[in-house]
Write a protein that binds this ligand. Structure first.
Ligand SMILES: [Zn+2]
Ligand SMILES: [Zn+2]
Length: 443
């Protein structure tokens, strides 16, 4: 799954100020002078700027909007002012990415999840161009009952020129129970209540063997083990935890019941939950990029070099994270394709007793589908082979006219030797060798 950040501020949009731009330019020029960067060379300027991190860029001023793409499906979380930016990109079909979704042509569809309806999480929706194109459809998921009503109310004439009923796209609403699990777009999504005025909900998204958690607008008032346990369980083993880091620790103690947390509290919870990456999110509108950078440094320092400590990142506009974990070595998978009447099957992972049924079924299905009985098994991705696996291969040899093994790793070949079965199979070094053997047979 692909995560993209369109708005990462909390409370109210906070455009970067002219004097901040000026300061960034001055600081960059000073650094370039110190490092004696050749300012007549475009390439060296670009490399230098890339290393300046937020000093040459900005966290951005838009309020919350995050997208998750799973395959060709689009899931949007919250409609803060960042969703306007997302809409601009989706409407520009000169971009193949936007064309794939089809929103400019009224053929688009997306899932839209709301954490809650505070202004900074809904205010961008009227400005999201795809909702004004007839034919586009949105499946809207929410835990608060009143979400459809609030979205309509913010478009009443006193607040906005266009009325909710004038929206051209169609919205299908889905009320979620607290803690409910839904399957959408190939992802499994669950929710948990966060302590926040009027309640907010965190979402756990599982897809592509990866886990992303959006936990914005949440206060962790009691930090006792028993109080935070339900959260560390919900956030457990996440690849990414997007965390409300609006306050400093000090503020979170002083501003009790305001409903927000801090980066260091996130660091503790992320570590307890075995989270891989902690993303600081819902930045205070009053925080400058320099201040957010400082919090980022302090959070890294706090976690130190501890083993298993999560990596810390600042959620900024334009940040993209691809989450896709390779199959664990203990799992077994098969991919196949057919070429010139030969089925090429790639076996990956551990070919043991738990894999034999899957192998047998897959082989039978492929023989049926492709109507051929020449099979080449590519074995370079196998991590382990047991006697049960060899038994399955011996059985396969009986159902297939030609069964060739190719790219057999050394440790796997040794298992064939120990079982005294190397002569049972036609084993080839690589694909070229097996193809020339197959061709000479058919000549
Ligand atoms: Zn908020
Ligand atoms: Zn809120």
């Amino acid at each position: 799954m692909l995560l993209k950040f369109w708005g990462t501020r909390g409370s109210i949009p906070a455009p970067v100020q002219p004097e901040q731009v000026e300061q960034k330019i001055i600081a960059a020029l000073e650094a370039a002078g110190r490092e004696q960067i050749n300012l007549l060379n475009a390439q060296s300027i670009r490399e230098f700027a890339a290393n300046l991190s937020l000093n040459a860029s900005t966290v951005g001023g838009n309020t919350t909007c995050v997208t998750v793409e799973v395959g060709d499906e689009l899931i949007i979380f919250d409609a803060g002012s960042g969703i306007r930016e997302l809409g601009e990109y989706l409407m520009d079909e000169s971009d193949p990415w936007a064309k794939k979704f089809g929103f400019a042509r009224g053929k688009g569809h997306a899932y839209l999840f709301f954490t809650h309806t505070h202004w900074d999480h809904i205010q961008g929706l009227p400005f999201f161009k795809p909702i004004h194109v007839p034919g586009n459809t949105f499946d809207v998921y929410h835990v608060h009952k009143y979400v459809p009503d609030v979205l309509a109310r913010q478009m009443e004439q006193e607040f906005f020129p266009l009325q909710y009923h004038q929206i051209a796209a169609s919205f299908q609403y889905h009320l979620l129970n607290e803690g409910a699990q839904v399957e959408v777009a190939g992802a499994t999504i669950t929710n948990i209540e966060l302590k926040h005025p009027g309640k907010a909900y965190a979402y756990r998204v599982e897809a592509d063997n990866a886990i992303a958690i959006l936990a914005t607008d949440g206060e962790y008032k009691s930090l006792d083990y028993t109080s935070t346990m339900k959260y560390s369980k919900f956030y457990a083993n996440a690849d990414v935890l997007i965390f409300d880091a609006m306050f400093s620790v000090r503020e979170s103690f002083v501003k009790e019941d305001w409903g927000h947390s801090s980066a260091l509290i996130g660091a503790d919870i992320a570590k307890e939950a075995n989270v891989k990456r902690l993303l600081l999110f819902h930045h205070d509108p009053a925080s400058t990029d320099a201040e957010i950078m400082r919090v980022w440094q302090e959070t890294k320092e706090y976690l130190g070099q501890q083993q298993g400590a999560p990596e810390v990142l600042v959620a900024q506009e334009g940040l993209e994270l691809e989450l896709n974990n390779p199959l664990a070595a203990s799992e077994f998978s098969i991919n196949d394709h057919v070429e010139k009447g030969v089925i090429f099957m790639t076996l990956s992972g551990k070919f043991g007793a738990h894999a034999t049924e899957k192998f047998r079924d897959h082989l039978a299905h492929s023989l049926q589908t492709y109507q051929t009985d020449k099979v080449v098994l590519k074995m370079e991705n196998l991590s382990e082979l047991t006697i049960a696996g060899i038994r399955a291969l011996v059985d396969a040899r009986r159902t297939v006219l030609t069964l060739a093994l190719v790219s057999v790793p050394e440790n796997i070949y040794r298992v064939f030797e120990l079982a005294g079965t190397t002569d049972f199979f036609a084993i080839y070094k690589d694909i070229d060798a097996v193809l020339s053997a197959l061709n000479s047979h058919s000549d």
